[in-house]
Ligand binder design. Sequence first.
Ligand code: ADQ
Length: 472
Amino acid sequence: MARLVVVSNRVAVPDGKSGGRAGGLEVAIKAALRHRQGVWFGWSGRVAEDGNPVETTTIEHDDVSYVVTDLVADDYQEYYNGFANRVLWPLLHYRIDLAEFTRRDLSGYMRVNEHFATELDKVLRPDDVIWVHDYHLMPLAKALRDRGHRNRIGYFLHIPCPPPEILTTLPNHERLLPTLGQYDLVGFQTGDDAANFARYLTRECGLPSRDFNFAIGDRVVRVDAFPIGIETDHFARTARRAVKSSFVQNVVGSLNHRAMIIGVDRLDYTKGLNLRLDAYEQFLRAHAEWRGKMTYLQITPKSRSEIPEYSDMERMVGEAAGRINGTFGEADWTPIRYVNRAYSRTALAGLYRSSRVGLVTPLRDGMNLVAKEYVAAQDADDPGVLVLSRFAGAARELEEALLVNPYDTEAVAAAIARALAMPLEERRARHKALFEVLAKNDISHWAERFIATLMRPPRASSWPFGIGAAAV
Ligand code: ADQ
């Protein structure tokens, strides 16, 4: 069997150093590598001190080689903090207004991708199947092709892909985005994201296509949707166990028989926390009957605090939570518990299962795994209700959630009230339908489908015009 080489910005090396906070990407890759002897390549998370050499280290663990390379301070600033997080992240989430482009950051981004390719070059074998992840590494396939690698190389974008009208606002987009054509397969979270990119290739690059297969020189690149899943059964089992833990029992006990609403998000402007708190405030105004009868727990670890937009938001969300508690709170009731810290996946699973409503209202999100985890964690006999933004990729699959427009705060307030009052029969029916979706497309199905599609060249009947069998 061909070796699988996964490349991502961060690598979860099993030595404890990369932290216990499993993000969506880490969970997905671990599941994919579990079944194969493979290599996981990426940034070590270290920034080499001035003048010190940049090192690339290999750690062998459980039949998997973890190969990690350092960055220098300018790389970290320009590639990671700069172009990836201050340009691509906002732009791909439709926030042109927050993108701060500089040519220097773009050069740093290209330079780090070249460095990754140079280091990868040393470990690649001709029949390796290479799977590159996310917005940090768009031009990596081109850098590898320039070094003569003809392997099958796939790319998966975890975050949204906006339409060409937004993509073309990126200065120098013609230098960066067409390099995605050097992959054999470019995968997105939803059909809409895939269609947006396909429209870019057609409009901006003038590429002929058939059935989402595009002709680029003598090669074919396939564009497709691969909605990411979670470890559904495992998460459900974890949740069943976790509700019995003393941590969850203590939290539930402290609610004093009140219903719990839960929100779990990284502190990021894409997650729509400001508007969510506005909606909660409107709910409390419009539904006085619920005051004192429920508590909203918002768990929000800080992220990227060195970027001003994030620290501004941190302040605004904190102030809004304080204002709500000041306005509606009583000596014996706090309407919102706002917590800036990360919890273990087990603790979160137990908290999801113990809550009546899950609030997931991003303004834009590639998928949103919290929505899926919330559903998987529920007790099928007495499930909670998911209130989900229609702008999360997950909404494409989780149609039986209460889908809301997060910009319409009155509608979100009404959905919270509807969720809290939903009869048991309706809750069960909705949960059953949602759980079936998650059981069918779990994380291993997602990874296997991506890898199988990557390894298989497109059928002859799907070749774009002008491309022959020999070329594929
Ligand atoms: P993220 O933006 O990180 O991921 P999300 O999909 O919600 O967003 O995944 C977050 C993960 O971190 C979840 O597994 C969640 O349980 C965990 N997490 C969140 N808050 C936590 C807390 N307080 N403590 C501990 N763990 C916490 C990116 C994209 C998403 C896409 C994923 C996967 O932005 O759109 O769904 O990748 O492709």
